[in-house]
Design a protein around this ligand. Structure first.
Ligand code: XUL
Ligand code: CO
Length: 452
């Protein structure tokens, strides 16, 4: 391995050079044997008239990669990162930030994402959190300026502190909801100040464990009212990014209100927020709600709600949110096929909401995890672009639905049609519709041919 290349000026902010024996990751092509290189992600390569980097707009998340120490519910941390200490004091938070920006730079991705508490030392009171987070945002701004890294989105953590056990915006206690709102206000303003492209709300504890202690209607009404205030504030401060809700059906709660994209659509319609709020789709959350990743993307695109993506995957056996790096190129290709024809991502990106396994305890494993995930995205993009360019899938769908563009189909949908007129016409013409093959296997083979 070659010597590290440190970004100019990093030393001014006290960079730790934690990954000092790792060079910036470069594209070396599919045949390289070097594991710290990209085989498919070639950021300047044009795909369907756009650079790969601009299609994917990839981000690294702060929480899994820099905050998590490998602890799970059965055992403590296994990672022993140099930037962790048990107090998570200012020094640890600074060291973490230096390491994070060194990592972002060395991966050569354009964006990162954070929760307020990820980038801030442990704070005992809401006042302390507010003050400390302001300082953290200043320091993040300094790193962004130095490295050219950009913020894909920020979010307030309204699920870790014990006060949020029964929710943030949907908490039965107004005092707790007020604390949540204060955190959102601070984080939205910091995200704006840092030039963030979006602001995310993941309602991890906006839901319930039992209806026996829950006034579902009151909680949803409050949620709608407070979400409207978020939108109002966004407009007031001139934040141009999108407000995104991240669907997830359960975990940590038994039931979460932001169950899936279609549920969120109904909620936004109820509170007159359609067009103001979009979704941040996560494959592992999609599968938890009984959908595929592609289904959630197709639904968001069709409802005009597409925002951003937290790319990862679950584990098909155990049914919880394992947040693994998604290496399933076929699964991602199917989702890309829904996304690309709509023009792709606008303010959104692909954020790696994924973590290395608890046994992958070396810092270099963070590189292997992300490199694998990045190359999988690049391969899926190439495969989906190939399918779009060949046009067979599109032609097949167009032919399948062609009957609605003229003749009978067009008349049936026309302004003069009624249930009665269509039924009478069917009887008069002795219509006797027959089935035509959906050719699923033929289409699946087309997809597989493009996976290379
Ligand atoms: C939790 C999850 C979160 C959100 C941000 O399942 O996905 O990391 O992305 O709060
Ligand atoms: Co997520």
């Amino acid at each position: 391995m070659q010597e590290a290349r440190i970004v100019d000026g990093h030393s001014e902010l006290g960079a730790s050079v934690v990954f000092s024996n790792i060079e910036q990751i470069k594209y070396e092509g599919p045949d390289t044997d070097y594991q710290l290189a990209y085989r498919y992600y070639n950021k300047d390569q044009e795909v369907l008239g756009k650079r790969m980097e601009d299609h994917l707009r990839m981000a690294v998340c702060y929480w899994h990669t820099f905050c998590w120490d490998g602890a799970d519910i059965f055992g403590g941390g296994t990672f022993n990162r140099p930037w962790h200490n048990p107090q998570n004091d200012r020094a640890a938070s600074d060291a973490k930030m230096a390491a994070a920006f060194e990592f972002f730079h060395k991966l050569d991705v354009p964006y990162y994402c954070f929760h307020d508490v990820d980038v801030t030392e442990t704070s005992d009171t809401p006042d302390e959190l507010s003050e400390n987070f302001k300082c953290s945002a200043e320091r993040l701004g300094g790193y962004q300026e130095e490295t050219g890294l950009k913020l894909l989105w920020g979010t307030a953590n309204l699920f870790s502190h014990p006060r949020y056990a029964a929710g943030g915006l949907t908490n039965p206690d107004p005092e707790v909801a007020a604390c949540a709102i204060r955190q959102i206000r601070d984080c939205l303003e910091a995200t704006h100040q840092l030039g963030g492209a979006n602001y995310v709300l993941w309602g991890g504890r906006e839901g319930y464990d039992t209806l026996l202690n829950t006034d579902l209607n009151r909680e949803l009404e409050n949620f709608g009212r407070f979400l409207s205030m978020v939108v109002e504030h966004k407009n007031k401060i001139g934040f141009k990014g999108k407000i995104l809700i991240e669907p997830k059906p359960h975990e940590p709660m038994y039931h979460q209100y932001d169950f899936d994209t279609a549920t969120i659509y109904g909620f936004l319609q109820r509170f007159d927020l359609l067009g103001e709020v979009h979704v941040n789709i996560e494959p592992n959350h999609a599968t938890l709600s009984g959908h595929s990743f592609a289904h959630e993307i197709a639904t968001a695109v069709s409802l005009g709600m597409m925002g951003s993506i937290d790319i990862n995957c679950g584990n098909y056996q155990n049914g919880w949110d394992t947040d693994q790096f998604n290496l399933d190129i076929r699964d991602i290709t199917l989702a890309m096929l829904e996304l690309l024809p709509s023009g792709g991502l606008d303010t959104g990106g692909f954020n790696f909401d994924a973590k290395v396994r608890r046994q992958s305890s070396d810092a270099v494993d963070l590189f292997y995890g992300h490199i694998g995930g990045i190359d999988a995205l690049a391969r899926a993009l190439l495969a989906a672009a190939d399918l779009v360019e060949r046009g067979q899938l599109d032609d097949f769908k167009s032919d399948r639905y062609a009957g609605w563009n003229e003749g009978l189909g067009k008349t049936m949908l026309g302004p003069k049609s009624s249930l009665e007129s269509i039924a009478d016409d069917a009887a008069k013409k002795q219509l006797n519709g027959t089935h035509s093959s959906g050719h699923q296997e033929y289409l699946e083979n087309l997809v597989n041919r493009s996976l290379r």
